[in-house]
Design a protein. Structure first.
Lengths: 333, 587
């Protein structure tokens, strides 16, 4: 870089030079002042810049008066899913050509599928195929797991299974979480929610296994929505029934699939041993997550009364605890 | 093609290869992930790594056998590693080129003359190797401070790659955090800026690997040299000389980096050449090391290990927070093997593995340590990546069988890297009457290493005067209750005269709805006065030290975000014979 040429000594002050210099100096002062005025912070330091609370997850529920609940017995998850969908009126009832589908799986832990701590890849893959077969324009699969996300999707087999079935895996990034709230909620106020994968989605499906959970009593389809939360979501364990109630208020899926082909009877929700599992040979599909979970509780030898969040969600008008009143179809595959 | 063009192509190739091998060092099956890439290859071909670990462990770790290739190459052709292969050398050459572009030939000739300071690297090498040569408790492997491969790997792993990925998350969704990245990055920047003072400052003056190759390279039958005693002494060779080895006069053979620039610039009738005989202009084979300097370096090296061990960091004063990754060998041998290359830290899928700072002891700087507050989870149960990334065996490559202590390893049990302990003064259910047990939920061991102790305790201002009972609804007096506060499913009420409590399912400011009518309701002998006790039902976490493997997932998940209420220390780790906690008894 060349230095500017030295200014030659001058004998006299030149009016033109002086005016030029004054204008330059005045301009610099005005620019600095203007910049300061533009940046002036009229809020007090630390005052919140967060956007106001907004409901953040659209309502995907289907209010078509169709069958709300199907219970399928069997061992082959893909076959049970197909039979259950047929019993509810066929996949075409839920997925229309051109739909963009998001499947929220439970991929919480980086453990292999056979340990039953996560949604089974066979089931997820078949669901993806069914949606695509019904004409869905795209099927994305996501979760915000507890263990390392990439390891979870890889080790559970969900990632490879989704890719093989023609779906798209959405591994959450930091920027995918945006602040959201649930209308009428006490706990979910301006909380980071995994909203990016929901953009443009027209149908939402939840897929969860049946698992023992010491704090919540059981982890099934309603608890599964926990995986849409970001931030220090562990705090919600201090009011586990309250948070599951609010998750049920926040997320109104098209339908849910509760996989009780084998149920984790103890040591949940992580499991880790085949000894923690029991073959219960049941899959529950429904548009009412409360009823689905109320039936699921029976697979663990519990009742709906053991899970206070079910009654609380029902009191919000989200579903019904007394699943028998829904006349569930019982099938076997 | 000119030889210097070939050299540039080689340098660009090896630098790109280096960057590629650091980028792919991440767990996964994609083509840009680890798969079978030889991610530690540059460390394996580094003879200083091989020699340093041979001195500390008295054996050659087989993957380091690659170093023989470099040694043979150097014996035959001199420091071609420095000129053609070394990615750090290429980086220094590039920065020097940028920094000295446009400077006068006179300046560059002055900068490229031999300086006595070039002997410093031999002193550094001597100190590092002598310190490594003691018997095991006194063998100190600290070559990683300056070894160019370890240093460059560390700089890329902890500073360059994560900084480049900031906000992009192309390498890792969610991004990465590395404690002390500033200092690693600052050291790299400092070493690169030194090139503005002298071209290839690090290579000429500091590099201990360069010193080692300079010593080995003295055996080379070929070398740069003048083909006739007289030349025009135009000094054009000095304008471009990378090694400051004085090709025009008596050449300093151990300083020659084999950059071949002099061959390019030399124009006389009897030019400089790559010749199988000593230079016609004479050769200086000494390293410029003085007797006093040699003795001082020897003394420094001899004193280093005993002085470091006096701190007691491998004895009774071992740092409790220094939780090593699973598969790590016992601490003294670990320190005798760890290069501070941070390959394990880069490959760790959860980012929980961090480079230690000075807090864990001076020797342990940049060695791997678990920090469960950082990353996506603690040390994942089904992961053994770090041991397979380690080039020197400081972390053994485990199978899952060995890690879990099953199959052939059933007799020795699982590998424990530490022990979690509940801080009952900070734990929500232990200290603050709040339900939680996130740690129990996430414990990946089966049966869980954290079990629960269920209690029912009166809450603050727990006793309310009973006003009336109507079915399952109990009316109480006293200050108004916040509606819904007791309806979380975790609170219960005990009526006067009743031995058992009942869960509260709803409450208004002065009523409690119980989950069923009190048993005595039908008897007509309901109490009409007395106190209703409000109780909170808590499950409190208790660690079973026989089951805990120290993975730290509980610590990572604990909602006490600052100082966690359950924390892992290296107590009870299986790699140390003397850090056990439990009385060993067989029943």
């Amino acid at each position: 870089m060349k230095p500017p040429p030295p200014i030659p000594p001058t004998a006299d002050m030149n009016r033109r030079d002086f005016l030029q210099r004054s204008v330059r100096a005045g301009g610099a002062i005005a620019l600095t002042g203007g910049l300061a005025a533009w940046l002036w912070d009229r809020r007090r330091p630390g005052q919140s810049h967060r956007e106001p609370a907004v409901a953040s997850v659209p309502d995907f529920s289907l209010r078509d008066g169709g069958r709300p609940l199907a219970i399928v017995m069997g061992r082959d998850r893909a076959a049970m899913l197909r039979r259950g969908l047929d019993a509810l009126g066929g996949i075409g009832r839920f997925i229309r050509p051109g739909d963009r589908v998001l499947v929220k799986v439970n991929a919480a832990f980086a453990t292999p599928a056979l340990l039953g701590a996560t949604s089974h890849p066979d089931l997820v893959a078949e669901l993806v195929r069914q949606c695509l077969g019904a004409g869905a324009a795209g099927v994305a699969v996501t979760d915000n797991p507890i263990n390392d996300p990439e390891s979870c999707f890889m080790l559970t087999g969900i990632g490879p299974a989704v890719a093989a079935a023609g779906g798209r895996l959405h591994v959450p990034r930091a920027s995918d979480f945006t602040s959201g709230s649930v209308a009428g909620g006490r706990l979910l106020r301006n909380w980071p929610i995994l909203q990016a994968p929901l953009r443009g989605v027209t149908k939402l499906i939840g897929v969860a296994p049946v698992k023992h959970h010491a704090r919540a009593g059981a982890s099934m389809t309603l608890k599964n929505w926990y995986g849409l939360l970001g931030g220090r979501r562990n705090q919600f364990h201090q009011d586990i029934n309250g948070i599951i109630e609010e998750l049920a208020m926040l997320v109104r899926p098209t339908f849910v699939v509760l996989d009780g082909t084998s149920s984790m009877m103890a040591n949940g929700p992580t499991g880790g041993s085949l000894a923690d599992l029991k073959p219960t040979n049941t899959m529950i599909l429904g548009t009412d997550g409360v009823a689905v979970d109320a039936f699921g509780a029976t697979l663990l030898g519990r009742t709906a009364a053991d899970l206070p969040y079910l009654a609380r969600a029902a009191a919000r008008g989200i579903g019904t605890v007394d699943f028998a009143t829904l006349n569930p179809i019982r099938e076997s595959a | 093609m000119k030889i210097t063009t070939a050299r540039r192509i080689a340098q660009i190739f090896f630098f790109a290869l280096f960057v590629w091998l650091t980028v792919v060092a991440t767990v996964g099956t994609g083509w840009s992930q680890w798969r079978g890439w030889p991610i530690a290859w540059f460390l394996q071909i580094d003879p200083l790594v091989a020699l340093g670990t041979v001195l500390t462990t008295r054996s050659l770790h087989p993957p380091l056998g690659w170093a023989l290739l470099t040694i043979v190459l150097t014996i035959l052709f001199g420091r071609v590693f420095c000129g053609f292969i070394c990615p750090f050398g290429a980086l220094h050459q590039f920065v020097s080129w940028l920094g000295w572009r446009g400077r006068t030939a006179r300046d560059r000739i002055a900068a490229n003359g031999y300086r006595p300071a070039q002997a410093v690297k031999y002193y550094l090498l001597l100190v590092l190797l002598i310190a490594a040569a003691g018997n095991l408790p006194f063998a100190l492997l600290q070559i990683g401070w300056l070894d160019p491969m370890a240093l460059l790997h560390r700089s890329f792993n902890l500073a360059v790659l994560p900084a480049a990925d900031l906000g992009l998350e192309r390498l890792h969704p969610g991004g990465r955090l590395y404690q002390g990245a500033l200092w690693v990055g600052a050291l790299l920047a400092f070493l690169l800026l030194l090139n503005l003072i002298l071209p290839r400052f690090f290579c000429r003056i500091l590099c201990p690997l360069g010193a080692l190759l300079g010593i080995i390279g003295r055996l080379a039958p070929w070398g740069i040299g003048k083909t006739a005693a007289k030349c025009t002494e135009c000094s054009l060779c000095d304008v471009a000389c990378e090694g400051a080895c004085n090709p025009m006069g008596p050449i300093r053979t151990s300083e020659c980096l084999m950059c071949m620039n002099c061959l390019d610039t030399c124009v006389p009738a009897e030019p400089l050449g790559y010749v199988p005989r000593p230079s016609a202009g004479g050769e200086i084979t000494a390293f410029g090391v003085s007797r006093r300097g040699f003795v001082a370096a020897l003394a420094g090296g001899l004193a280093a290990a005993p002085l470091a061990r006096l701190g007691g960091s491998t004895k009774s004063a071992w740092p409790a927070g220094l939780v090593r990754p699973p598969g790590s060998v016992a601490e003294e041998e670990f320190l005798a093997r760890c290069l501070k290359c941070t390959a394990c830290i880069r490959v760790c899928p959860t980012n929980t593995l961090q480079a230690a700072g000075f807090a864990h002891g001076w020797e342990s700087i940049w060695t791997p340590v678990l920090d469960n507050r950082i990353g996506t989870s603690g040390c994942q149960l089904n992961c053994v990546a770090c041991g397979h990334a380690c080039p020197t065996g400081a972390i053994r490559p485990l199978t899952l069988e060995e890690k879990f202590g099953i199959g052939d390893f059933a007799a020795q049990g699982p590998i424990r890297i530490g022990l979690a302990a509940v801080d009952r003064g900070r734990c929500l259910p232990w200290a603050m009457q709040r339900p939680c047990i996130v740690c129990e939920e996430n414990c990946p061991v089966t049966p869980k290493a954290i079990h629960l102790s269920a209690v029912e305790e009166p809450v603050r201002d727990a006793s309310l005067p009973l006003v009336a009972i109507d079915g399952a609804v109990v009316q109480v007096g006293g200050p108004p209750l916040p509606p819904g506060r007791l309806a979380t499913g975790d609170y219960a009420a005990r009526l006067p005269g009743e031995p058992l409590s009942r869960r509260i399912v709803a409450n208004t400011s002065n009523t409690l709805t119980l989950d069923a009518e009190p048993e005595s309701a039908g008897d007509g002998d309901l109490p009409t006065d007395g106190k209703v006790d409000i109780l909170v039902r808590l499950q409190r976490p208790v660690v079973d030290p026989e089951r805990c493997i120290g993975c730290g997932i509980c610590e990572h998940e604990c909602p006490m975000t600052g100082l966690r209420a359950i924390r892992v220390t290296a107590d009870n780790e299986t790699r140390s014979a003397n850090r056990g906690v439990l009385l060993k008894a067989s029943f």
